[in-house]
Each structure stands twice: as structure tokens, then as C-alpha cells.
Design a binder for this molecule. Structure first.
Ligand code: C5P
Length: 418
């Protein structure tokens, strides 16, 4: 499940052209979803089917989800040099599923059908999603071909994943990456080259759980969605991303390294151990301000407690404030401020107090923004520009804008170089 719920058109996919090559493997049925998702994200998708792909899925299925006729024949009448026009028009070529035979042919530079001929002429980045039986994937020849294919400039691989293979084959490495991982890999190839490319980004997300006893905790309503979308947006922009997350209701984005924590003190340890080496730290976690002083080792029993229970709470460390002293001078720190009133004024105070470069203010207590929603209404407050109030938008779209502001700040501080 995507961290941010349903997909909508937007950068980095919107208005771009993707050639989706589909080879003949059982995973070809999932290529229909890749084509559909890329189309929903706003890309024009030209599907190129190999001869054997047509034995697995009908061209009509792709036409139904992309609104464009799939292409199959290198020698189609009235379409001279089709391979050249497809290669010229592509902002990215994605091959999913990429079979062992396709990988062998493409690695040796063959141009024996429309798909390999497009690749021979393409200069756009290429995303390859291998899919095959685990024995075929493990074969040294396949490994060699894949390594050779990836040596080509602009080629990247997504997957394969480990999981269920075709019926009767059990599971193993060889299963095609999920459509969402493939559309994100295409997004990263499309976005390429901005100020975040190759940078190390750390994002905190989710709420923390502070134990009261062996089964109960003090927590909050954070779903972890905003943080997950920030990690995803940074990854799409080419960063190496670590997501330090408390328990969250959404899946972590594909591509990020995930560190799971529960309490504020665990989060502090995970963050402080890494923050000295990062170029950007984004503190989107809703860290509990207080924790029970001495959590009980067993389960508190009603019979022993009686009618009222008083918890003795102590202050948790302020992770973001502690980070400021440890970060490289050219790095960028971003905080969040969830406020019920005086949004920008309070956020500006926190910006200075915690040493942030940017702070993202968002309202608490609204139905469509803040906790447990897919959407947010944020204002980006910086040190040297007037606050930028963004309208209600999906959390992913907000994350994309926030990362744009991070890139501006990185460039401003001279931290955008290689
Ligand atoms: O003061 P307030 O909790 O509103 O500050 C919010 C910002 O500080 C967020 O970026 C949050 O992740 C961070 N924070 C933290 N450690 C805490 C409390 C908040 O890092 N104990």
C-alpha cells in the first residue's frame, strides 16, 4: 500500500513520456498495473510488447489503461523508424518484466525486436525490473548479463523481490518488484539530477510509544504518513534516505533504509548516531514530550490500582534541538510544528529555538489536515524568505514542495555540490 493513499497526477511523472517495455513472463499481468499507475500519475505511456508478451497479456488491456495503442511490430506498415521516434520521445524507458532472454539480448547490444531496437537508440534513463524463476535468476549467465546491462550509463535495476513465484514454484528471489516500486524507480529516473541527488537525508516519522507497563503505552495519533511521503519525495529526487520511524499506520516507501523504533529515547539514539553524517535532517516525528518515569515490568492490575491511577511523567529529550549541534554546517535541518493557533508565529519561534533552517507549520484539529489524513495544509517558514502558505494538497504533493524548499536551502548554504 502506498504511504500516501491514491495516486494523482504530479511531478516527477506528469507530462513526461515513458516507454514501458513488456516481455513474456507471467509477471506481465502486473505490467498492466504499472502502465495504469504511470498513467494515473500523469505520464504518457507507450507500451511496447515483445512477441511472447502478447501470449501472456492482450495489447487491448494496455490500451484500456493507457488510452494509447501498444506497439508490437518493428516492421509495421506506415510506421517506418518507429523505434527511433519512440526512443527520441522517451523521458524514461522501463522494462517490466525483464526476462532472462531480454536481459541477455539487451546486454549484448542486440536489436532484434522493437523493444531492443528502441533501447539501442535511446539516450533516456532505463529502469529494468527483472522477473523470472529463482533458478534462472541464480544462473551465473543471467547474473553476468544483468551486471553487464547495468554497466551501461543511465541503467538501473529495480528488484527482483523475494516472494511467491509462478504456481508450483514456491517462493524465492526472482519475483518482479511490486508496481509501486517500479513506478517510484521510474519517478527517480525522471526526477534525476537535482540538488538532492546523491545526498544523505534522514527523516523521522510516526509517533512514539512510551511504556506504562508491559502492555500499555502513552502514544499519539500520528500515522507516520507525512514522514513516509517526505522520505519518498527525497528518494525520488535522488537522495539516499534513512527513515527512522516509530510505529506507523502506513508502509515505508520503497528505496529508503528503514530503522524501526518505539520510544523517544530509542529514536534519539537512532537519530543522533546518524545525523552527523547527513546533508539533510527532517524531523517529522511526533515525539512524546513526556514518558512514565518508571514503567511497570508486569501488567498493572485494576484490583491493585483502585479507582484512580496517577502516572508520574518525566520530560523526554528534544531530539531535534540536540541534533542542531551535531550537524555539518552546510547541512539543512527541517522541523515540523503542529499548532492549534498562531501557526506562523509559533513556528517561527521554534525555528530559532531549535536551530532549524526551515520549519513546516501545519494546523492541528482540522478534518483534512494534520494527523490521520491523506492531505495536509502546510506553511513553509524559512529564515530568509516570507512564509509560503500552500493550499490543501496530498501529503505526497506537500512533501514534494517541502523537498523543493530543502533543495533551495541546500544550494543557498553551498551544500548542494557533489
Ligand atoms: O516543540 P514541538 O514539539 O512542537 O516541536 C516540534 C518539532 O520538534 C518537530 O520537528 C518534532 O519532530 C521535534 N521534536 C523532537 N523531540 C521532541 C519533541 C519534538 O525532535 N521531544
Amino acid at each position: 500500500m502506498a504511504p500516501g493513499g491514491p495516486r494523482e497526477p504530479g511531478p516527477p511523472w506528469e507530462g513526461r513520456t515513458v516507454v514501458l517495455g513488456v516481455c513474456g513472463g507471467i509477471a506481465a499481468y502486473k505490467a498492466v498495473q504499472v502502465a495504469r499507475d504511470l498513467t494515473l500519475l500523469g505520464a504518457a505511456v507507450d507500451v511496447v510488447l515483445t512477441g511472447s508478451a502478447r501470449r501472456f497479456v492482450a495489447p487491448l488491456s494496455f490500451e484500456g489503461v493507457t488510452g494509447r495503442g501498444p506497439l508490437v511490430d518493428l516492421f509495421a506498415a506506415r510506421e517506418a523508424a518507429l523505434h527511433i521516434s519512440l526512443a527520441r520521445g522517451a523521458d524514461c524507458v522501463c522494462v517490466a518484466p525483464a526476462t532472462a532472454d531480454f536481459i541477455a539480448r539487451a546486454a549484448s547490444g542486440r536489436a532484434s525486436d522493437l523493444l531492443t531496437t528502441v533501447l539501442a537508440a535511446a539516450t533516456a534513463p532505463v529502469v529494468v525490473a527483472p522477473a523470472m524463476n529463482d533458478r534462472m535468476f541464480a544462473h551465473p549467465r543471467t547474473r553476468r548479463n544483468l551486471a553487464r546491462l547495468q554497466e551501461a550509463p543511465g541503467y538501473q535495476r529495480v528488484g527482483p523481490a523475494e516472494g511467491r513465484l509462478a504456481a508450483g514454484e514456491g517462493s524465492g528471489p526472482g519475483r518482479m518488484a511490486e508496481p509501486e516500486a517500479i513506478t517510484d524507480a521510474v519517478g527517480r529516473a525522471l526526477a534525476g539530477g537535482g540538488a538532492l541527488a546523491g545526498k544523505r537525508v534522514l527523516v523521522t516519522a510516526g509517533g512514539t510509544r512510551e511504556p506504562v507497563d508491559a502492555v500499555r503505552y502513552l502514544g499519539n495519533r500520528s500515522s507516520g504518513r507525512m514522514g513516509a511521503e517526505l522520505a519518498r519525495a527525497a528518494w525520488l529526487r535522488g537522495a539516499e534516505v534513512t527513515l527512522v520511524t516509530g510505529p506507523a499506520a502506513v508502509a515505508a516507501p520503497w528505496g529508503a533504509t528503514v530503522v524501526q523504533v518505539e520510544t523517544a529515547r530509542e529514536m534519539r539514539e537512532a537519530v543522533l548516531g546518524r545525523v552527523g553524517g547527513v546533508d539533510v535532517a527532517v524531523h517529522a516525528a511526533a515525539v512524546a514530550d513526556y514518558r512514565p518515569r518508571s514503567p511497570r515490568p508486569g501488567k498493572l492490575k485494576r484490583a491493585e490500582i483502585g479507582d484512580a491511577l496517577t502516572l508520574d511523567l518525566v520530560r523526554n529529550p528534544d531530539i531535534a534541538a540536540e541534533c542542531a549541534a551535531q550537524m555539518k554546517p552546510e547541512s539543512v535541518a527541517v522541523g515540523f510544528a503542529l499548532e492549534t493557533s498562531d501557526l506562523v508565529a509559533r513556528a517561527t519561534e521554534k525555528l530559532a529555538a531549535k536551530g532549524f533552517d526551515l520549519i513546516v507549520a501545519n494546523p492541528a484539529g482540522e478534518r483534512d489536515a494534520g494527523f490521520e489524513t491523506n492531505t495536509n495544509r502546510v506553511t513553509i517558514v524559512g529564515r530568509d524568505a516570507p512564509p509560503r502558505e500552500l493550499p490543501l494538497m496530498s501529503k505526497f504533493a506537500a512533501a514534494w514542495e517541502i523537498m523543493e524548499a530543502v533543495e533551495d536551502r541546500l544550494r543557498g548554504k553551498g551544500g548542494a555540490g557533489p
